[in-house]
Design a binder for this molecule. Structure first.
Ligand code: SAM
Ligand code: SF4
Length: 354
């Protein structure tokens, strides 16, 4: 371990060219990134309306996508030299990578072993989850926005609800941690919020609502298409009682609530991630790698730092680690969605890795 927390050398707001020689992924505001999100592909087999246009997004050239060995080399540098303690594989749809189990197994062999998670739409998970768990997968977040086949098909533009539900069931049976990610879309699935919570908690699974962010491939986001955290809480309160969860939030993106039914029985815990209306940028511990090997300091960053060419040119671990540290040092204080100068980043969510 690198002895966190440590950036005493960092004064909040320090200038970009004042980077101190401290280990780890420290930024000018004293945040330390320990949580790595790795996009394994920008391709997907669904077309969720808030994420991709119906025709999809032209994928980058296959030669630009990091190989399994290249992914593991960068993850290793993150873990061994930069204080990364948790790795989440995402995309696009990470299950489209045939070498996913191999990548997970190599990540699980690192020392210190990081926590290993996957974010997936679960199409095809049923067939692979046992192998992924055996490789070292600790937990999975499954995206599911509706239990109604027609609504699911309307949101994802694919009639695959049954396959997604099979994936959820198989992940539960595999004995790994399972959470559900749900994006509410006004007039489409927001009336299902309480049904989804009851279904998830009956299955012993925590569900997290995520506010819709301006990252869709068709760039059509507007403030009024966000079902806000406050609106979600109000919707749920029509049928269920929510009480703030006792455990401290400790910088986690989700605000958690204990849920009780009308008889007063506790059903379990849910989370609400209010990235738009109640941002948590001040506590952010994330760093990101795109499928083509660039470091991004934020989902909403306008710049990124390519590592792929350096990697393929045979750069040393020290050189790659230093480039990564420099990329994170200039992370902005916040995403600024509410500010007048906000502009959506060029790359959509499916390309950055959600
Ligand atoms: N394909 C995988 C999946 O859907 O789980 C992984 C990638 S997806 C980009 C990761 C997460 O981002 C999903 O839970 C999805 O619902 C969420 N997401 C996608 N676009 C979003 C948006 N515009 N705002 C909020 N969440 C979004
Ligand atoms: Fe694909 Fe995930 Fe985007 Fe849906 S949210 S289109 S499953 S990448």
């Amino acid at each position: 371990m690198l002895g966190l927390p440590r950036p005493r050398a960092v004064e909040p707001g320090q200038a970009a060219d004042d980077r101190p020689d401290v280990p780890g992924l420290v930024d000018r505001f004293g945040r330390v990134a320990t949580d790595l999100r790795v996009s394994l592909t920008d391709r997907c087999n669904l077309r969720c309306t808030y994420c991709m246009p119906a025709e999809g997004i032209a994928p980058g050239p296959q030669s630009a996508v990091l190989t399994a060995d290249e992914v593991v080399q960068l993850v290793r540098i993150g873990v061994e030299r930069l204080g990364i303690t948790a790795v989440r594989f995402t995309g696009g749809e990470p299950l489209l990578r045939p070498d996913l189990a191999e990548i997970i197994a190599a990540t699980a062999a690192l020392a210190p072993r990081p926590d290993i998670a996957l974010t997936t739409n679960a199409i095809g998970l049923a067939e692979r989850v046992d192998a992924l768990a055996a490789a070292g997968l600790d937990r999975v977040n499954i995206s599911l926005d509706s239990l109604d086949p027609t609504v699911y098909a309307e949101i994802t533009r694919r009639p695959l609800l049954t396959r997604a539900l099979e994936g959820v069931a198989a992940a539960r049976a595999a004995g790994i941690g399972v959470k559900i990610n749900t994006v509410l879309v006004p007039g489409v699935n927001d009336d299902e919020a309480a049904d989804l919570v009851e279904w998830a908690l009956e299955g012993g699974v925590e569900l997290r609502f995520i506010e819709q962010m301006p990252l869709g491939g068709d760039r059509s986001w507007q403030r009024d298409i966000v079902v806000t955290a406050a609106q979600t809480r109000a919707r749920l309160a029509e049928r269920l009682t929510l009480r703030p969860h006792a455990a401290p939030r400790a910088g986690a993106p989700a605000e958690r609530f204990d849920v009780f039914d009308p008889s007063g029985a506790r059903l379990g815990t849910i989370g609400i991630i209010a990235s738009v209306t109640e941002p948590f940028c001040g506590d952010c511990v994330r760093t990101r790698l795109t499928a083509d090997g660039a470091v991004r300091d934020c989902l909403f960053a306008h710049t990124e730092t390519p590592l792929r060419e350096l990697l393929r040119a045979g750069a040393t671990d020290d050189e790659l680690a230093d480039r990564w540290r420099a990329a994170m040092w200039v992370k902005r204080a916040g995403h600024g969605i509410d500010g007048p100068a906000f502009a959506q980043p060029q790359r959509p969510m499916s390309a950055i890795g959600g």
